[in-house]
Write a protein that binds this ligand. Structure first.
Ligand code: SF4
Ligand code: SF4
Length: 489
């Protein structure tokens, strides 16, 4: 084999190694085993902003189910009892259409925001990232030390130092997972139910206790073991994100034009940014990336952002901070890794309001209008009326009578009066049988009533049905008109 052949083979091998990120996750070894990510703690502006935001988000998450607005839990997602409360606004099973339009609007919002700003949700707002990077990872750094120390200790023997750190860290992780499970249950079964369970103990609430244990174990395993894999292999959003971004999407990007060709930094290196390139730098023929790998060692998913946009990038901004710190040290302009688009880097074209984004915006705007209108138009009282099962008609001294079952739902935060009247035919009368005239906030009143129609209208001997209209009146205002049938003899 000639030296030329050897060079060609080596070049091919290098190019395969360089491209390995396309075929394999950074957190999975070639033999399929998990490669544990020991991420370094970032320092910098973005990390400080994210920390501040995470404090607000965690406080909101922890307190939202325990705050009440107008007698309603601020946020509630009670799937079993089919009751949802959004920012103190209760939604009942009858309002399922609102849940559907709200869900659709949320989905299109995600599509729109992803098309414009990439995975901004993942890096700044997602509970998985906030808990992992701002709670669990910080505890790990605090107990286990920086990544190098962690790595060395984990490869060493189970001595006292390793044991106590392991036990302390896992105990804290488990305690936090238990707290998260409690908060999670307050969202799905209501904080009142959870409070009752805490006061009365688990004996009388076996199902709730089992759920609590299950969720604690799940959260513990996610944050102590599964970690970044949740974003990489389990999260559906991460999967379809690649279909939503394009070269105009503003996301965390390495400036290849400015950074390449990369090369190690030497003391008094004449390199400077392309925008300010000195003749000596052109001669040196090197870009601004000094190949220090700081952007890689801080990455919680273990990737190299210099390879371009990758599915594993959760847009956490750690690499921006790491690179800015390096740039500052070597006296080059910051922003070698920054929020920008591939097109802005390649051609200087900053065009985010593309035809695709315009299309998404139009759909999103339409959905926002529809959703708002439906919410505004929703009545505080829902009235359901059905003819009582198994009954037909009764002939009385005043004519014919039919029995009806009524269900009145008060969706508002205050008690409301309710009166039922027959609007048509005008000569009909309505007599309630135990149906409440007041419905308490957030409660359902059930009862029966009789509608009597004079014989002159109902007739006899020729069975036919009469369409009747019943008004539900609250505070002198007709809040709903219900049409139903009246059976005649
Ligand atoms: S931190 Fe910046 S300079 Fe260092 S390797 Fe990453 S991109 Fe290059
Ligand atoms: S590449 Fe940068 S932004 Fe993306 S996950 Fe890694 S550190 Fe975060």
């Amino acid at each position: 084999m000639s030296l030329l052949d050897l060079d060609v083979i080596q070049d091919e091998e290098r190019s395969i190694a360089d491209d390995a990120f396309r075929a394999q996750l950074a957190s999975v070894a070639p033999d399929g085993r998990r490669k544990w990510i020991y991420a370094k703690q970032p320092r910098g502006t973005f990390y400080r902003w994210r920390t501040t935001l995470s404090v607000f988000l965690l406080a909101f998450l922890a307190f939202a189910p325990f705050v009440t607005v107008g007698g309603q839990q601020f946020l509630l997602f009670d799937i079993l009892d089919r009751k949802f409360v959004l920012f103190g606004y209760p939604l009942w099973p009858e309002d399922f259409y609102l849940v559907v339009v709200l869900f659709l609007t949320g989905l299109v919002s995600i599509v729109l925001f992803t098309a414009v700003l990439g995975r901004i949700w993942c890096g700044w707002l997602c509970p998985q990232t906030v808990f992992m990077e701002m709670v669990f990872r910080k505890i790990e750094w605090w107990i286990d030390g920086p990544p190098g120390t962690q790595h060395t200790r984990h490869r060493g023997p189970w001595n006292f130092d390793r044991l106590w750190r392991f036990a302390t860290k896992q105990s804290i992780f488990f305690a936090i997972s238990f707290a998260i499970a409690n908060i999670f249950l307050a969202y799905v079964v209501s904080s009142d139910t959870l409070r009752g369970y805490i006061e009365e103990g688990p004996a009388g609430h076996a199902a709730l206790f089992l759920s609590l244990v299950t969720f604690t174990i799940v959260f513990y395993l996610v944050f102590a073991r599964f970690r970044e894999q949740a974003c990489l292999v389990a999260c559906p959003y991460g999967r379809f994100m690649s279909a939503l971004v394009d070269d105009n999407t503003v996301t965390i990007t390495y400036d290849t034009k400015r950074g390449e060709p990369r090369g190690k930094w030497r003391k008094n290196d004449p390199r400077s940014a392309v925008i300010d390139r000195q003749p000596s730098a052109v001669a040196a023929d090197l870009g601004d990336c000094i190949d220090c790998h700081q952007c890689v060692v801080v990455c919680p998913t273990g990737i190299d952002i210099r390879n371009g946009i990758q599915l594993e990038c959760v847009a956490c901004t750690a690499c921006i901070d790491a690179c800015d710190e390096v740039m500052e040290k070597v006296k080059l302009p910051k922003g070698l890794i920054r929020y920008t688009s591939a097109n802005a880097i390649q051609s200087g074209l900053k065009k985010w309001f593309t035809p695709r984004v315009k299309g998404y915006s139009a759909i999103w705007g339409g959905l926002v209008v529809i959703t708002s209108t439906l919410f505004i138009a929703r009545s505080d009282l829902a009235v359901n009326i059905l003819r009582s099962p198994g009954t037909t008609w009764t002939v009385t001294a005043n004519g014919s009578a039919n029995f009806y079952d009524a269900e009145i739902i008060n969706k508002s935060g205050s008690d409301l009066p309710i009166v039922l009247n027959v609007e048509h035919p005008s000569k009909a009368t309505l007599t309630t049988l135990g149906l409440a005239t007041y419905v308490k906030a957030g409660e359902i009143a059930k009862g029966r009533f009789i509608v009597t129609i004079p014989a002159s209208i109902a007739g006899t001997g020729t069975q036919h049905n009469i369409d009747i209209t019943i008004d539900a009146v609250s505070n002198g205002k007709v809040i709903k008109q219900i049409r139903t049938e009246f059976l005649t003899p």
